[in-house]
Design a protein around this ligand. Structure first.
Ligand code: ADP
Ligand code: MG
Length: 684
């Protein structure tokens, strides 16, 4: 039984088997066929006990000479000595069942498989796999697969179920034989069988590294499928029509530029130009604006919206959190209200009367600019003539959510503009996101002071408290970020409240505020506003302030238990300071640090470059996060690795093109086999 099963609380029931299997992606026979081993056990041969080697995993057979139960402070152990005439080995079970006492009774002939080690009394096997050694029973002729399994799902059950699926499913080869011959790849059927049940003598190393022809075949199929899906979705997209936004006169845009309290940076001007060119086309724009924290992406979005409104269309701006959306709303109102633009807010927890009024204004076209959260993509929202959808911090949304804002319009597809501080890994840009245009805001507004970041042990918290008092005495404001506990609002709330009380008692006389995710939006807004207005000296906050919050007088940020945060997250948090002309600091307070933990925090200390940090972060977390695939549940590449298999990717691309030209139906059938529902997924 897997350990997790022991750890389950008494009386707590496992979810039904089908649910547990579905969690592993196992629903149909076909899924089982593609549920591939993590590793293998070699039970194809027997080693004489006298020749067992400590440190290796081996199989042997013998008779139980002695068997005893031994009391230890930690509990009762079962210990049996087994011999085959060439030597003896001790089997040790630290916990056991009655059935195992029988299995290891004196005189039993047993087969053992497991790691061998040098024990106190000579050779020893700790918790080996134990089976009865049947006279004349043949050894398996193939390696034994070990599969990814979940709670309450045994290897034995999976092995049988997968073996049955391999018998029941007809694994038809869709790829033409000449391609397989040219690339020296086996048939799909042979490849899968080989990987599930490698014969004696198969190279374990090649299997592990996924470099043998069987693995190459699977990876090739997957990459081909991806290429086909991409071309297909691109072809579909080219058929879509977007409103052409190229107004002859653009008084709103002009006026906005005139009223801005600053002039655009060169990078901002360039990116606005790129967006303008896209909007003027009749095919929908699909553009990502990447720019480090503080590079000024919001004003770019506002200018794109202004141009859209100048052309007589609606624009929508969606942000991932209430705080951020509210802040955008406020800033945009400040910029655009004086120009007579009708701006409407759509939030999660709005009064229904107000909400209905707003929905009506959106449907009638009276609302020209709509700002909000996920509320924007609910079914009840009907736009009159949406011309431009803007998604801020796009990586925070799932694929499905981004798609939804694009669909929420009548007979045309709106242009889509995404903003992000997280760069796309090159390999993703080459594959999944090949049809995404990217603009980079690679220049910060002038006069910004670089932020100084320090790593400080939590044992020196008192010194940091003194620093805070100093900063406040100089008229500055401070963020104190609560330690990350878990993604649960309740725990988050308790921790935040505790931290708040703690800081309050450590800094008596200062005005301390608290903001966290469980606050009602209007309360959050009130706290943020008083912080902005300078009525709060130290704002104790959870990661709700992570994105976009803009208070230039805040010059110090302390992050408690910084080691618990992701790198990109720390960088985002740190971006809340250094927004004004004063020198700013970020203090990363750490508790226990592992070697890698220290390395990670050093990255943050050593660079202020969000792109570099995101690159390092992606190395650690993998690209899945970027696509938001985790939230949407859509699988990414399972087998191929875009970096390692770049040569294969190239053959796959060439072949996919030929195949689509020659036999498009079969090619698409192949893609569907790999990515069901891929057409939708790839539009994101
Ligand atoms: P981000 O790219 O992180 O979303 P924001 O759009 O929030 O950055 O901009 C950060 C701050 O810089 C805001 O206060 C914004 O008004 C200001 N800002 C933007 N562009 C400029 C500019 N060209 N010159 C000076 N300040 C600017
Ligand atoms: Mg922003």
């Amino acid at each position: 039984m897997p350990l997790a099963a022991y750890m389950r609380k008494k009386g707590e029931k496992l979810p039904p088997l089908s649910e547990r299997l579905a969690k592993l992606g196992l629903n149909k026979d076909w899924d089982y066929v593609f549920h591939l081993p993590l590793r293998y056990e070699d039970e194809t041969s027997l080693t004489p006990i006298g020749q067992l080697e400590p440190g290796s995993t081996q199989q042997c057979e013998g008779e139980v000479l002695r068997s005893e139960r031994i009391r230890r402070p930690s509990g009762e152990q079962l210990q049996a000595v087994v011999s085959d005439g060439t030597g003896t080995v001790t089997v040790r079970l630290l916990h056991f069942y009655p059935s195992q006492i029988k299995q290891l009774a004196v005189g039993q002939k047993i087969r053992l498989y497991g790691p061998v080690r040098d024990g106190f009394l000579g050779l020893e096997m700790l918790h080996p796999k134990i089976r009865a050694a049947l006279e004349g029973a043949a050894l398996p002729s193939t390696l034994t697969p070990v599969y990814p399994a979940g709670e309450g799902i045994t290897q034995n059950w999976l092995r049988k179920r997968i073996a049955r699926a391999l018998l029941d499913v007809e694994i038809k080869d869709l790829l033409p034989a000449e391609v397989l011959n040219r690339l020296h790849l086996p048939s799909l059927d042979a490849a899968l069988r080989y990987i599930h049940h490698p014969p004696v003598g198969a190279s374990l190393q090649a299997l592990q590294d996924k470099t043998d022809p069987a693995w190459e075949r699977l990876k090739f199929d997957e990459l081909v499928a991806q290429q086909i899906a991409l071309r297909h979705s691109r072809a579909l997209k080219a058929l879509c029509r977007a409103p052409q936004i190229a107004p002859e006169k653009h008084p709103i845009t002009d006026k906005l530029l005139e009223l801005l309290p600053f002039s655009l940076t060169g990078a901002q001007k360039r990116v606005v130009g790129e967006i303008r060119a896209d909007l003027a086309k009749i095919i929908p724009m699909n553009r990502l604006v990447q720019g480090d924290v503080g590079s000024g992406k919001t004003v770019i979005a506002a200018l794109a919206a202004a141009l859209t409104i100048d052309a007589g269309y609606q624009a929508a701006l969606m942000a991932p959190t209430e705080i951020l959306a509210e802040q955008h709303y406020e800033k945009i109102c400040q910029w655009l209200k004086p120009l007579g633009i009708k701006i409407v807010w759509l939030g999660g927890k709005q009064k229904s009367r107000q909400k209905n009024e707003n929905l009506e204004a959106i449907a009638s076209g009276e609302a020209q600019l709509i700002v909000g959260t996920h509320a924007l993509i609910q079914d009840s929202v009907r736009f009159a003539n949406l011309g431009l959808s803007i998604v801020d911090e796009q990586h925070r949304f799932g694929v499905a959510q981004r798609l939804a804002l694009r669909e929420s319009s009548g007979n045309h597809m709106p242009h889509l503009l995404m903003l992000s501080a997280t760069p796309i890994p090159r390999t993703l840009a080459m594959s999944y996101l090949a049809d995404l245009d990217v603009s980079v805001v690679d220049e910060l507004p002038a006069g910004r002071q670089p932020i100084t970041t320090k790593l400080v042990s939590l044992t020196r918290k008192n010194e940091i408290i003194a620093t805070i008092a100093q900063q406040v005495a100089q008229g500055r404001q401070v963020y104190w970020v609560c330690p990350l506990i878990e993604e649960s609002e309740k725990i988050d709330l308790t921790a935040a409240t505790e931290t708040y009380e703690d800081i309050k008692s450590l800094l008596p006389g200062l005005r301390i505020g608290l903001v966290h995710g469980a606050l009602a939006p209007e309360d959050k807004q009130t706290v943020m506003q008083s912080f902005k207005d300078g009525e709060i000296d130290v704002l104790v906050a959870t990661t709700v302030i992570e994105v976009g919050v803009d208070v230039p007088n805040a010059t110090l940020m302390v992050i408690e238990h910084a080691e618990r945060f992701g790198l990109a997250q720390l960088h985002q948090l740190r971006g809340r300071v250094g927004r004004g002309a004063e020198k700013s600091f970020c203090i990363l307070l750490y508790g226990e640090l592992s070697e890698t933990g220290r390395e990670r925090l050093k990255v943050i200390r050593e660079t202020n470059d969000g792109f570099e940090i995101a690159r390092r972060d992606l190395e650690i977390r993998g690209p899945g996060e970027f696509l938001g695939a985790r939230q949407s549940g859509v699988p990414l590449l399972r087998f191929a690795n875009l970096e390692e298999d770049s040569a294969l990717l190239e053959s796959a691309r060439d072949f996919a093109l030929q195949w689509l030209a020659k036999d498009p139906e079969r090619a698409k059938q192949h893609a569907r086999r790999w990515f069901s529902g891929y057409e939708k997924f790839l539009e994101a």
